[in-house]
Design a protein around this ligand. Sequence first.
Ligand code: PLP
Length: 407
Amino acid sequence: MIQYSSFRVEDLGEAADSIPAKDPELKVAVSRLPVVQGGDAIIPVCEPDLSGNEERYVLECVRTNWISSAGAFITRFEKRFAEFCGTKHAVACTSGTAALQLAFYTLGIGPGDEVVMPTFTMVATPNTARHCGATPVFVDSEPHTWNMDVTKLAAAITPRTKAIVPVHTYGHPVDMDPLLELARSRGILVVEDAAEAHGATYKGRTIGGLGDAACFSFYANKIITTGEGGMITTDDDDLATKARNIRDHAFSKERHFWHRAVGHNFRMTNLQAAVGVAQMERVDSLVQRRIDNAKRYNGHLKDVRGITLPPADANVRNVYWMYSILVGDEFGASRDELRRHLAENAIETRTFFIPMHLQPIYYRPEYRGAFPVAEMLCRRGFYLPSAPTLTADQIDFICDKIREAAA
Ligand SMILES: *Cc1c(COP(=O)(O)O)cnc(C)c1O
């Protein structure tokens, strides 16, 4: 049953200050832009690059009539994605949310279970736990990587904890070794939410193969896209077989239209997988372009007072899904003033996630003051244009406008 919450921002008390206002209106100022992309008069916060074989492969689906979830592109996409993550299996599905749902469901997460995750994440992470009947348990972020604070993990674990979900925030991997050690010693499952971290590595190991399963998203702004789409990666044969079965109504092999489990329809279409295969042909350069964007931004912004650059631990490869910064008091303008100035110059930006513990659907009075780092991130953070199509001139222009706002 759907129920809409009537919770108001003011009901958060002091934490209400952390909640960002509506986005500033973008002024379209063509003449002031150095480069205008695809006829757009703005610099979008993100857009996909579909300039490879995407069109050709989609046309091939249409011309051959293979447009639903049977078709050669699905298996090609899954095989290639598993290779990319270094896992035995990859199971394609309809979205990153569906991937989480499918992973939780096939791993047996259900009513009475607790699923530990960062409060600083996208709403799909706790929602999918909730849809399984489980309870999301939130952990604060660590100040230097913005990821779930692994040192606070032990305190969140109870006898009901069934799984931990590390979220590789904005493309920076979680410190997985202590997390995995803790999970293994307590017999707790680990499901990576890797929706923002295609191609990231932790101590040389590729994200997606570090826990029992990992979930990726292929939404249009993600590092690899299929429009909408998702993938579970795993080394577990049984989990992969079950996930394939559950995504397809749990049809049984015994006879047609015979079901021994309650399944879902989470099937990706061949049309989507066609886009995915074309994206995977260029995956290394699509990842590299985001890293290059970050390098150029960092070069400009490292000396700007009051700006905190995105995290970059020495033992990880951050893939900078979104180029994210914090605005401190020393900057001379607030985060929202800076965003307004950028919007006036046709530069689109986005504030960080509003932490889950402050959401009308998850808020509890005992959360007050319990997650100070996540609230600080929400108050100070936002991301700059991060598309793989972004040009060096555009980054230079954006950084000029940031300096202008500080003056
Ligand atoms: C995008 C995202 C998801 C959901 O993916 P969809 O494909 O949009 O369903 C889940 N978790 C995180 C951290 C995300 O960024």
